[in-house]
Design a binder for this molecule. Structure first.
Ligand code: HEM
Ligand code: ISQ
Length: 155
C-alpha cells in the first residue's frame, strides 16, 4: 500500500513534537518493550553486560532507542517519495545480521510495534488520532518487512 501525503504529514508532525524530548521518549519506548515482554531483555548484549544497573541510567540505551525512532520516521518520508523503504544497503545488511543473531522473531516485531505506538500516543496525546496511529503502523510495518527479509538472507 502506498503512503499518502496526509500520512507523511501525520508522522512528521508528531515526530517534530516529540523531537525536543526524544531522549526521555525513547527511554519510555524501551521500558514499554520490556513491560510487554520482560524476556526480551536477555537479547540485548549491552543490557546483559550491565548487570543490575538500572535501565534508565544505561548510557547506550537512549541513543539506541532514538535511532529506532528516527528510522521509523525517515522510512515514512521515503515511503511517500518513492513508495518503497530505502534503507542504505550496508545498514540493512547490518540490521539483518544483528537481529538474526539476537534471535529476534516475528512476535517481537509486534511487541516493538505496540510499544512504539503506545509511546507516541502518550507523548502526543492531543494529536493522537486513529489516522495518526495508522500512519505510524504503516511506516513501521514497511520498515519491519525489509528488516525481516534481510534477516532471512542473513540466516
Ligand atoms: C539492534 C533497529 C526491531 C532487538 C538494533 C540496532 C538498530 C535497530 C538500529 C542497532 C544495531 C544495528 O544497527 O545493527 C530496529 C528497527 C526495528 C527493530 C528499526 C523495527 C522496525 C527489533 C525487534 C527486536 C529488536 C522487534 C526484538 C525485541 C534488537 C537487539 C539488538 C538490536 C537485541 C542488538 C542489541 C545489542 O545486543 O547490541 N535494532 N530494530 N529489534 N535490536 Fe532492533
Ligand atoms: C533495538 N531494536 C529495536 C528496538 C530498540 C529499542 C531501544 C533500543 C534498541 C532497540
Amino acid at each position: 500500500m502506498g503512503f499518502s501525503e496526509a500520512q507523511e504529514e501525520l508522522v512528521l508532525r508528531s515526530w517534530k513534537a516529540m523531537k525536543s524530548d526524544s531522549e526521555s521518549t525513547a527511554l519510555k519506548f524501551f521500558l514499554r518493550i520490556f513491560e510487554i515482554a520482560p524476556g526480551a531483555k536477555q537479547m540485548f548484549s549491552f543490557l546483559r553486560d550491565a548487570g543490575d544497573a538500572p535501565l534508565e541510567k544505561h548510557p547506550k540505551l537512549k541513543a539506541h532507542a532514538v535511532t529506532v525512532f528516527v528510522m521509523a520516521c525517515e522510512s515514512a518520508t521515503q515511503l511517500r517519495s518513492t513508495g518503497d523503504v530505502k534503507v542504505r544497503e550496508a545498514t540493512l545488511k547490518r540490521l539483518g545480521a544483528t537481529h538474526a543473531r539476537a534471535g529476534v522473531a516475528d512476535a517481537h516485531f509486534e511487541v516493538v510495534k505496540t510499544a512504539l505506538l503506545d509511546t507516541i500516543r502518550d507523548a502526543v496525546p492531543d494529536m493522537w488520532t486513529p489516522e495518526m496511529k495508522a500512519a505510524w503502523e504503516e511506516a513501521y510495518d514497511q520498515l519491519a518487512a525489509v528488516i525481516k527479509e534481510e534477516m532471512k538472507n542473513a540466516a
